[in-house]
Design a protein around this ligand. Structure first.
Ligand code: SDX
Length: 430
């Protein structure tokens, strides 16, 4: 902690608050004693100026368009690493040595099956249920099957639950997809790597051999890396707040999935593709740009804008590159939706409204085109986001639980409701 102080004067009384410096990025004013000192709260709906915690996991610089996992740039991890290596890095803080990687991959592989009775949960859902509804339900139910890893005070159980979550999310996601399309569940195969295994569980059928395309598996793996963690976003903050009460990790992840579902957050990838489909052709773009700028129209360009990135989302660049790789591998010469997306981006980035508000494409803008080309329907897009983000949620949850200063999160409010008043008997009410 440096010796910089922040001075606050209220009604002529001045108080000093410590300024805490991080390794990189904005410093913070420690106002934890403000209420005790002044009887006042800070007011920051949406938490645009609030640091909710100290963390060593992920760093974002919104102006520079920088994203680091434990200090490593996302571009380098996406180009040179694989998803399970990033999982190890996010969980343990360092890139694994070869033996550490092999052990971690082996531990994850051995936890990919789910309790056979859990398959009955799926049949309780309508076939046309949104797969995110299934994910929230089934992941929350994991705590009913894995009691031996719900004691958050036990480091061993915390790690077992972490491995189980990372390992089982692809299996549950694939089962949600298979149930939705009326095909039989496909069991995980231990001789396939994480992302190839996921594609196999989604697209294999019992009637014939399914060969996973290694280029597509690599693209899937890179997409998982891009989505793995992202500082204190809404769903991660939800997981931290749920975990601060001592709730078991499976319940906390289910809470994160529920929050991610929203179209302003992880649901934007599905909404962005639906928007591109609705626009349909390049000549209709101006109509939608006008709607996005119209204050009286709730329409927003899905996949555009970000609370933190006021520059290009570094993940969107990598995603766009991946889109071209996947379309080329699949021999898709011209995808009309990609044409619409690229022209929409070009127009938006030269339009004063978007430039002035620093609205750039985010990770969700191109991901839908890629995921659709891989064979997934739009309502599976956020499921894939949740699959990848599970390691980030778990790493942040683990950091919170292991923080000796951790307490239950309990924000206050600015109350503007009715002052105290007496009960009025019904016969006297007008
Ligand atoms: C993710 O937090 C994370 O890190 C999230 C995420 C992660 O990895 O976890 O990165 C994943 O959720 C990415 C974001 C996906 N969401 C979308 O693409 C939905 C469309 N985007 C917007 O809803 C919005 O940009 C948000 C929700 C992403 C950010 O909202 P903010 O920070 O609260 O910004 P805002 O709504 O206050 O917008 C600021 C201004 C407003 O205009 P004014 O009131 O100042 O005049 O920009 C406008 C907004 O109207 N604006 C848009 C816009 N996004 C913001 N106008 C048109 N289209 C848009 N997409």
């Amino acid at each position: 902690m440096g010796d910089t102080k922040a001075n606050l004067t209220i009604d002529g009384t001045s108080r000093e608050y410590s300024v805490l410096d991080g390794t990189i990025g904005p410093s913070v004013v420690d106002i934890s004693s403000l209420y005790k000192d002044t009887g006042m709260f800070t007011f920051d709906p949406g938490f645009t100026s609030t640091a909710s915690c100290e963390s060593k996991i992920t760093y974002i610089d919104g102006d520079e368009g920088t994203l680091l996992y434990r200090g490593y740039p996302i571009e380098q991890l996406a180009d040179h690493g694989d998803f399970l290596e990033s999982c190890y890095l996010l969980l343990y803080g360092e890139l694994p040595t070869r033996p550490q990687k092999e052990d971690f991959v082996n531990r994850v592989t051995k936890h990919t099956m789910i309790h056979e009775q859990m398959s009955r949960f799926f049949t309780g859902f309508r076939r046309d249920a949104h797969p995110m509804a299934v994910m929230v339900g089934v992941v929350g139910a994991l705590s009913a099957f894995y009691h031996d890893s719900t004691d958050i005070a036990d480091p061993h159980q915390r790690m077992v639950a972490s491995i189980r979550m990372i390992a089982k999310m692809p299996t549950i996601a694939a089962m949600a997809y298979k149930y939705h399309i009326g095909q039989p569940f496909v069991y995980p195969k231990n001789d396939l790597d994480y992302s190839a295994n996921f594609l196999h569980m989604c697209f294999a059928v019992p009637c014939e051999e399914y060969k996973v395309n290694p280029v597509l598996a690599r693209a899937m793996d890179r997409i998982f890396i891009l989505h793995a963690d992202h500082e204190q976003n809404a769903s991660t903050s939800t997981v931290r707040l749920a975990g601060s009460s001592g709730a078991n990790p499976f319940a906390c992840i289910a809470a994160g999935i529920a929050c991610l579902w929203g179209p302003a957050h992880g649901g934007a990838n599905e909404a962005a593709l639906n928007m591109l489909t609705e626009i349909g052709s390049v000549d209709r773009i101006p109509e939608f740009i006008a709607r996005a700028k119209d204050k009286n129209d709730p329409f927003r360009l899905m996949g555009f804008g970000h609370r933190v990135y006021k520059n290009y989302d570094p993940r969107a660049r990598i995603m766009q590159k991946t889109t071209h790789e996947v379309l080329a591998e699949l021999g898709i010469k011209d995808d009309p939706l990609l044409d619409v997306a690229m022209e929409l981006e070009r127009i938006a980035l030269s339009d004063e409204y978007f430039v002035s508000k620093k609205l750039y494409p985010n990770i969700d803008f191109y991901s839908g085109i890629t995921l659709r080309a891989l064979g997934f329907p739009p309502h599976m897009f956020t499921v894939l986001f949740a699959l990848a983000r599970t390691v980030g949620w778990i790493a942040q949850w683990k950091e919170m639980v292991e923080d000796p200063g951790q307490r239950i999160g309990r924000p206050r409010q600015l109350y503007t409701g009715a002052p105290k008043r007496d009960y009025v008997p019904v016969e006297q009410r007008r």
